[in-house]
Design a protein around this ligand. Structure first.
Ligand code: NOJ
Length: 679
């Protein structure tokens, strides 16, 4: 078949050469161990056999969001997606996507099960680390950058988990009950961006239910919204074991059952014979799978076979460097009293490096979160090693304590010039955190170390927000998330000022377990008996809720300090037909080069019924000391629209809109106005 023909024509031609059973064989996976005769070791997490007589390649599927996972060896462990989002650097995220797609392809994989764009509704979500935070716009843009990069290779990206899959408690059965406006304004936009802006090839439908219907057989979600409203033309695959039925699944818009064919395969063939599923439906399902395969090059540019590459190291020096840059740019400086950071150590000074995540053998927690996205990294660089090496350059020495015994840790801290305490949480797929406390007595550890040495810096290796009862007792706090395999290199460079922590929070950090948008049991985790989670906070998710209810967070969305300082000025708002350009000048007013992330929020007229402000644009800028740059952010009609549930369409409320430019959602520095005529 010719490559000159369009993917649609090639798909049609191929379909006309296929029998019903050829088509049915495409619609479910098989056990890759059995199919490939591999007992253990690196393998695909999903496998759909090819059809050699028709030249259809097999689909070889692997996770995921932080690098090529599922026991694959020789791949790069990148920082967790929450850290990727915290970079607010879309060029960097695009490079991440390219690297991920390339490593996958080199490992024989042609479908990557990433990115995860589920909105951070509750900070306790066990997969908080695996997605891009609480804001639909930031999540969408980060996803677009990643998908674009992945699909520059002959690899299909999979945006997941569709939809409203925002908790792990009772994850197979919980029903997310929400209204249509909340669905469209908060939970769908990242998927919409992935489809419209990145032309993602695959969508994975989720575990769990939406308004009482299983996600993988919810016709409103899979057909009306995804196909008609969003215009998706690719494949809808189930999550692993999230298919609930044969006839309803196929007729509601699910194309591919994974990982096996419990409901599709033979039962689907029977359903077709019985007239319960039409052959035209089977055609449409097969078309949805074949189209992105043609469009993204899976037929023309097949990856090497697993047997040839299962032990190959595909992590290039450039990929490792990228993992370092993301870790640095994703790290958020939360507190820095009296310029405690960067450290200024002289010969003879000493650093106490404390806590399990610094790298003390087996007790070290993840450099990524637990579950399907976990990447095995042969050689993670530990903070203890990297800090020891960097301190030596300054003529300083290191003392260390693993933190299991707080008394020993305090003793080590007491003897040192400065103490750096690493603390962690353990997020993993399959369960939510019980609360927002640091586990395993780590609050006491920080308190005792801070008492022994007032010059204490806390490094958080957490997948999301935690409470910090000791915050007043320490001058410096860094949120490093799960930093991937260059962990130690990144944190040592930041501590010593060789690199700057230029991340901004993609998620609000609450001041208590209860001062959060979903604070009742009905909201989260839901009542297990009814299996319902009431999304009664509606569109007031994340900072939208804190703003609407005037609740002060511990650290607001968009927040992050810098080793230098920035000023914003000269706001200009210009209109060209329906589009609006917001521009302003950012100046580095400090003495160091550094990066800033000015954020553009829109405050709609009250009649629209929207929260006080919503992120609609941002840019990461790097500036030398005393340099300025005019930043331009384009706003389009969607930036000014709300979802009208009655009319089932986006609508622009007429009236006065405020344009807010801030260094965070709670640090608005410039304000302007714009009058919109409405529809
Ligand atoms: C279940 C997870 O929810 C999904 O994200 C992952 O891609 C599959 N398992 C395959 O590992």
């Amino acid at each position: 078949m010719s490559r000159v023909l369009s993917p649609a024509v090639r798909t049609t031609q191929l379909l006309s050469a296929m029998s019903l059973s050829d088509k049915l064989a495409l619609l479910s996976g098989v056990d890759p161990h059995a199919a490939l005769g591999v007992a253990d070791g690196p393998l695909y997490v999903g496998y759909v056999p090819g059809n050699p007589s028709l030249c259809i390649p097999a689909l070889t599927l692997n996770d995921g969001p932080a690098g090529v996972a599922d026991l694959q060896v020789g791949t790069t462990a990148f920082p967790a997606p929450i850290a990727q989002a915290a970079t607010w650097n879309m060029r960097l995220e695009h490079k991440f996507g390219q690297a991920l797609g390339m490593e996958a392809w080199n490992k024989g994989i042609n479908v990557v099960l990433a990115p995860d764009v589920n909105i951070a509704r509750v900070p306790e979500n066990g997969r908080n680390f695996e997605a891009f935070g609480e804001d639909p716009f930031l999540s969408g843009q980060t996803a677009v950058a990643a998908i674009d990069g992945i699909q520059q290779n002959a690899v299909i990206a999979t945006v997941k988990h569709y939809a409203v899959n925002s908790q792990e408690t009772n994850r197979y059965y919980v029903s997310s009950n929400l209204d249509d406006r909340t669905l469209h304004e908060i939970y769908l936009p990242p998927f919409a961006a992935a489809v419209a802006q990145a032309k993602v090839g695959a969508v994975m439908c989720a575990y769990g239910f939406v308004n009482g219907v299983a996600s993988c057989q919810e016709p409103n979600l899979l057909k009306t919204v995804l196909r008609t409203e969003l215009g998706f033309r690719g494949v809808v695959m189930s999550d692993w074991g999230s298919t609930w039925s044969t006839v309803d699944g196929a007729n509601s818009g699910l194309d591919l059952e994974m990982p096996g064919g419990r409901f599709f395969a033979a039962p689907l063939a029977d359903a077709v014979s019985a007239g319960m599923v039409k052959t035209s439906t089977i055609d449409a399902m097969a078309r949805s799978i074949l189209m992105p395969m043609f469009r993204l090059g899976l037929f023309d540019d097949p990856p090497p076979p697993l047997s040839a590459v299962s032990l190959t190291d595909v992590s290039t020096p450039a990929d490792k460097q990228l993992a370092l840059e993301i870790a640095e740019q994703g790290t958020v400086l939360l507190k820095n009293d009296s310029s405690a950071l960067p450290l200024r150590l002289r010969a003879g000074d000493s650093v106490a490096v404390i806590g399990a995540p610094a790298g003390f053998g087996d007790i070290r927690p993840y450099i990524g979160g637990g579950g399907s996205s976990f990447v095995i990294s042969a050689t993670p660089v530990t903070p203890l090693d990297a800090i020891t090496a960097r301190a030596a350059k300054a003529g300083a020495t290191v003392v260390s304590a693993n933190g299991i015994d707080p008394v020993a840790a305090a003793q080590a801290a007491g003897t040192a010039t400065v103490a750096v305490v690493f603390v962690y949480d353990q997020e993993r797929e399959g369960e939510d955190r019980p609360n927002l406390d640091l586990p395993a007595g780590q609050d006491q550890l920080v308190e005792q170390v801070a008492q022994a040495n007032p010059n204490t810096i806390v490094v958080l290796d957490t997948g999301g927000p935690v409470l910090m009862p000791w915050l007043d007792q320490v001058p410096g706090v860094l949120e490093a998330w799960y930093p991937g395999q260059r962990d130690g290199d990144a944190i040592a460079a930041i501590l010593f000022g060789d690199a700057e922590p230029s991340g901004r929070l993609p998620q609000t950090f609450p001041s208590s377990d209860t001062a959060v948008p979903a604070s009742t049991m009905d909201q989260w985790p839901g009542t297990r008996l009814a299996q319902d989670a009431a999304f009664s906070e509606g569109i007031d998710v994340g900072y939208r809720w804190y703003d609407a209810n005037k609740v002060a967070p511990l650290f607001p969305f968009g927040f992050g300090l810098s080793y230098t300082s920035f000023a914003y000025s000269h706001l200009r708002i210009a209109r060209a037909r329906a589009n609006v350009t917001v521009s302003f000048i950012v100046t580095n007013t400090g003495a160091r080069a550094g990066s800033d992330v000015p954020q553009v929020y829109v405050d709609d007229p009250r009649a629209a019924g929207e929260p006080p402000k919503q992120l609609q644009g941002f840019e990461k800028v790097f500036l030398r000391p005393r340099w300025s740059k005019r930043v331009t952010v384009a706003l389009t009609p969607p930036s000014f629209s709300y979802w009208d549930s009655t009319a089932r369409r986006w609508r622009m409320a007429p009236g006065l809109y405020r344009i807010l430019v801030g260094a965070s959602s709670r640090d608005i520095r410039l304000r302007g106005f714009l009058r919109q005529p409405g529809p």
